[in-house]
Design a protein around this ligand. Structure first.
Ligand code: FNR
Length: 185
């Protein structure tokens, strides 16, 4: 069986982001069971139809990464109980057809969702809204299990390094479930 390729989208640009660290832990947990690659998108411009064509290079690059992937794993904080604006901007770009012949790249794409936050809810509201958005785009969201890491600061040391002492088993379960989800044919 071919190794599945998973691309990670991190919904935070913060240097020491808990969500980026969570994605790195997911990569470790997956080990050699999957290929894992980060999608970097800080260079994606704000969506404006004035610059939609020709497609900006950053958007073209990310569409190719997504097309080549078997699944997407999103790791995102919530900002004010929703997904961060820059993540919405990326998804808005990806929601557009590639060309007259080729539909948008999120359609039928399997997606797993995880999130870490400093709050009690651990991104649950932001995740719910993300599911609504991605479902509208016909993505195949894996609704169960989704991972929430509440009070992430309590699972980090004084240097902000996330150790996930409580959440690691749940991350492991989600990783295994996502591999199965990708294999479901
Ligand atoms: C937050 N934070 C936050 N936390 C939460 O649990 N619910 C929320 O609605 C919000 N809202 C929010 C808005 C904005 C603009 C910021 C900058 C932050 C706190 C957030 O959980 C915390 O900063 C995390 O550390 C962000 O994730 P990263 O950057 O560490 O991955």
């Amino acid at each position: 069986m071919n190794k599945k390729k998973i691309v990670a989208i991190v919904g935070s640009f913060r240097r020491d982001s808990f969500n980026r660290q969570l994605a790195q832990k997911a990569q470790e947990v997956l080990g050699d069971r999957a290929e894992f690659e980060f999608i970097e998108y800080a260079d994606v411009p704000n969506m404006s139809q004035d610059i939609e064509f020709p497609t900006p290079e950053s958007v073209r690059r990310i569409r190719e990464q997504i097309k080549a992937a078997d699944g997407i794993w999103i790791f995102s904080p919530e900002y004010n109980h929703s997904y961060p604006g820059h993540l919405k901007n990326l998804i808005d770009w990806l929601s557009r057809p590639v060309s007259k012949e080729e539909r948008q790249v999120l359609s039928r794409k399997p997606i797993a969702i995880s999130g870490a936050s400093n709050g009690l809810g651990g991104t649950v509201t932001g995740q719910d809204l993300l599911v609504m958005l991605l479902s509208m785009l016909n993505a195949d969201v894996m609704n169960f299990p989704r991972l929430r890491v509440p009070n992430a600061q309590d699972q980090a040391d004084e240097n902000g390094v996330l150790h996930l002492k409580d959440s690691l088993p749940y991350l492991e379960k989600q990783a295994t479930a996502f591999l199965k989800y990708l294999d479901r044919g």
